[in-house]
Design a protein around this ligand. Structure first.
Ligand code: NAP
Length: 284
């Protein structure tokens, strides 16, 4: 039997419709994106983020800098957007060019405007189980799991990948939902030994076929976060045969991708609420 596809496109469009109603009642909401260089994949993501932002009534502000921009110039732009009252959320598209220290840039963001959840304050809040702004991709993963009523409490969740944007925050959110969480990465010995134990398997690597059908427990829920561009189009990390073993599986495209953008917009709305005092933002 083939796995039930977890339709992220349909859920994302419902999330966007709900956001639109809420944003209408809030007045002007602004989301600034910063793109350094012309990475083609990043340009596609920025375009999609702007398109969907506009659809829900968020004003996108497109700031671009050349590939060879010195770090100080980028920090200056972040500072300017921090001060700009018309901007509720700031997203610095990654990866950044080699001359720029990504962590320093994230530390410069106003935590209240950090819609990617990468400022150490927001990352720390997540670690402590007191979420403020959480990275959009893991938030999208959790929203999908909730939509399909996938049990998490007491279940074994295995996350493959430990990036600050996807793997680590996904593991934290699963832990918060009372799953028993294992994190795997490029140095994990015998990856299959771990993945075979997973009731819920989240794969965020960026290597097509890293998880094969013989690495998945029958009846598991498999969330394929990976996106790789190939001549045949976009492919995930999970090989297609997994659909014959898993009970639920996210398609690529149409699974986690659209949920990421919807959750970015949800984070922008949340940032707007923090900034207007409608939600309390904890400050140290
Ligand atoms: P990343 O920063 O490159 O992290 C990749 C992770 O995979 C690292 O933790 C790495 O381990 C681990 N890894 C690499 N090879 C492995 C292997 N053979 N076995 C087990 N683990 C391995 O990437 P990312 O930003 O997390 O993104 C991961 C994938 O998700 C990419 O394809 C990206 O395009 C996609 N993505 C999709 C969305 C979406 O909306 N669907 C959003 C963001 C990212 P080490 O830490 O040991 O190096």
């Amino acid at each position: 039997m083939s796995a039930t596809p977890m339709d992220g496109s349909a859920l994302a469009s419902r999330v966007r419709a709900e956001l639109k109603d809420e944003i209408e009642g809030l007045g002007d909401v602004g989301l600034a994106t910063i793109l350094v260089g012309n990475d083609p994949a990043s340009e596609v993501y920025i375009r999609l983020k702007h398109k969907h932002a506009q659809e829900v009534g968020i004003k996108p502000v497109d700031r671009r800098l050349p590939e060879d921009t010195p770090e100080d110039e980028l920090l200056e732009l972040v500072g300017e957007l921090n001060e700009d009252d018309s901007i509720d959320g700031i997203l610095v598209q990654t990866p950044l060019p080699a001359q720029i220290d990504e962590a320093r840039v994230m530390r410069t963001l106003d935590p209240m405007k950090d819609v990617d959840g990468l400022h150490p304050f927001n990352a720390g809040q997540l670690y402590l189980g007191r979420q403020t702004l959480v990275p959009a991709t893991p938030l999208g993963v959790m929203t999908l799991l909730n939509e399909y009523k996938i049990a998490l409490a007491g279940q074994r969740a295995v996350v493959v990948g430990r990036s600050p944007l996807v793997g680590k925050p996904a593991a934290m959110l699963l832990l918060q939902a009372n799953a028993t969480v294992t994190m795997c990465h490029s140095r994990t010995d015998d990856l299959a030994r771990h993945t075979l134990e997973a009731d819920v398997l989240v794969v965020a690597v960026g290597a097509p076929g890293v998880v094969t059908a013989d690495m998945v427990k029958r009846g598991a829920t498999v969330i394929d976060v990976g996106i790789t561009r190939t001549d045949a189009g976009l492919v995930g990390d999970v090989e297609p045969g997994v659909a014959e073993i898993a009970a639920f599986l996210t398609p690529v495209p149409g699974g986690v991708g659209p949920m990421t953008i919807a959750c970015l917009l949800a984070n922008t709305l949340q940032a707007a609420r923090y900034r207007r005092g409608a939600l309390a933002f904890p400050r140290v």
